[in-house]
Ligand binder design. Structure first.
Ligand code: AMP
Ligand code: ZN
Length: 477
């Protein structure tokens, strides 16, 4: 079936089918995105996941949804404890620098802010409450070491996301570490009783002295901020098992309700055919690439421009191509600002309708970004040729410009393209004098200057971001 505007479809990992997106509440999307484990700088493979989530969020917003996104920060788990211990520093001290670095990086990559960034260490009471509930309902039990385990044989749907069956061998055997393979599926730790390896990291709670397992963190934090059922939950494919499988088991056993309606998983970024990862030593951080002189926006474009369900290799040629693509879009925007031709009439209107429809349909179809970009660049090519023949009027160019601004709200790679408009020196001086008058609370002078500027055709506006100005249409200043 063909999609129409607003008819978004996602490939749902739970059903392995493309499904129409029907949110729990009309016009709203509640989305949980597994965040970074802050034991080190995130690498650009991790950012592929966060950029896919950003694209998803921006597309839902483009289609008018009000998105509530939660991205957790895993600031206590096996890896963070290990890293802090190796350096001999407290856990919070170790994770604080990487939390800060993470926010700097997402800012540089122009990733829109989520509504909530809960930290695991600040939600231990919620995790304890959830574990207690699971024990009460008979889904969890205490092992001899004092840790509390989830009994996977009790949850009949265990394996429904990653598609496997629990065998008798698997049930009853236990695993205490956070990460393990599918073949190692076992009863997993919800609460890890303190042992020497944890050092100073523990909480004294009703269920004993210890710390939470990684999986319970996401169940507790997602449900706290989004409710018992979410619309969308995402992560990289490596999170599907055991992390997301265990999240489902925990949450659904506790509430008796469906945990997530749409599961979306991004494929990996590779290097020479191998998954980029810390443990493989084949990674780049965003900082590495900035040091080499690359613009974070090029990294953004590169990581966004392949469909999230496809693996692809990171290469420097790819990064160069991304840089060129952004340049092409930016130059196009500048050219539009300068256009003052005779007018393309129906032709330009038809091109605009076509790109809007094609871009929209492609993105509605499980975020088919490659198709959306192909259509966009074809549009740019055709309009460029009209511009070359001086066929675009100022008005038409302005229309194309705002259409492009709309696409860039989704892509986030061009940003604000300022016109060539410059204020005459005289006006700049007036604005300066007005600022001084305002600081001195001399409203009368400030108002007089505003009128003087208006006579010159310069309209000013005081906004929370500071003073904004524009030159009135038809004025030659
Ligand atoms: P982590 O900080 O290890 O918990 O990972 C954060 C996110 O990055 C998770 O959603 C992972 O699945 C994802 N991820 C890890 N490695 C890659 C990779 N090479 N390509 C794409 N996503 C990845
Ligand atoms: Zn998670």
């Amino acid at each position: 079936m063909k999609t129409s505007a607003g008819d978004i479809q996602f490939f749902n990992t739970l059903t392995r089918e493309k499904e129409k997106f029907v949110p729990l509440e009309k016009g709203k999307a509640k989305m949980y995105t597994c965040g970074p484990t802050v034991y080190d700088f995130a690498h650009i493979g991790n950012f592929r996941a966060f950029l896919f989530e950003d694209l998803l969020r921006r597309w839902l917003e483009y289609r008018g949804f009000k998105v509530t996104q939660v991205m957790n920060l895993t600031d206590v788990d096996d890896r963070t404890i290990d890293a802090a211990r190796k350096l001999g520093i407290p856990l919070e001290q170790h994770t604080a620098q990487f939390i800060q670095a993470f926010f700097e990086d997402i800012n540089a990559l122009n990733i829109e802010k989520a509504e909530h960034y809960p930290r695991a260490t600040e939600h231990v009471p919620e995790m304890v409450a959830l574990i207690k509930k699971l024990v009460e309902k008979g889904y969890a039990y205490r092992g001899e070491d004092g840790s509390i385990y989830y009994d996977i044989s009790k949850f009949k749907d265990y394996g429904k996301l990653s598609k496997f069956k629990v065998t008798e061998l698997k049930a009853g055997a236990r695993v205490k570490v956070d990460e393990y393979e599918k073949a190692e599926a076992r009863d997993f730790a919800l609460w890890k009783a303190w042992d020497e390896g944890d050092g100073e990291v523990f909480w004294e709670t009703d269920i004993g002295k210890g710390r939470p397992g990684w999986h319970i963190e996401c169940s507790a934090m997602s449900m706290k901020y989004l409710g018992e059922t979410l619309d969308v939950h995402t992560g990289g494919v490596d999170n599907m098992f055991p992390h997301h499988e265990n999240e489902i088991a925990q949450s659904e056993a506790a509430t008796g309700k469906k945990f997530v309606n749409y599961w979306l998983h991004n494929e990996h970024l590779l290097v020479e055919g191998k998954r980029m990862g810390k443990r493989f030593g084949n990674y780049y951080t965003l900082r590495d690439l900035i040091k080499l002189g690359y613009d974070p926006k090029a990294v953004r474009y590169l990581l966004l421009s392949t469909h999230y369900s496809q693996q692809f290799n990171f290469t420097f040629e790819g990064l160069e191509a991304a840089k060129n693509a952004i340049e092409r879009l930016t130059n196009f925007m500048y050219r539009l600002l300068e256009a003052d031709g005779k007018g393309g009439g129906e032709k330009i209107a038809a091109l605009m309708n076509r790109v809007e429809k094609e871009f929209g349909e492609a993105m509605d179809d499980d975020l088919n970004i490659s198709l959306a970009l192909a259509s966009l660049f074809e549009f740019v090519r055709e309009v460029n040729s009209l511009l070359g023949n001086n066929m675009l009027s100022k008005e038409e160019a302005r229309g194309v410009h705002s259409l492009m601004v709309g696409f860039d709200r989704v892509l986030g790679v061009v940003g604000e393209v300022q016109g060539e408009e410059k204020l005459p020196k005289e006006a700049e001086e007036l604005i300066h004098r007005r600022e001084e008058a305002r600081r001195a609370k001399d409203w009368k002078t400030a108002d007089q200057i505003r009128q003087q500027l208006a006579v010159m055709g310069i309209i000013i506006e005081d906004t929370p971001q500071g003073l904004k100005w524009r030159i009135e249409k038809g004025q030659n200043v």
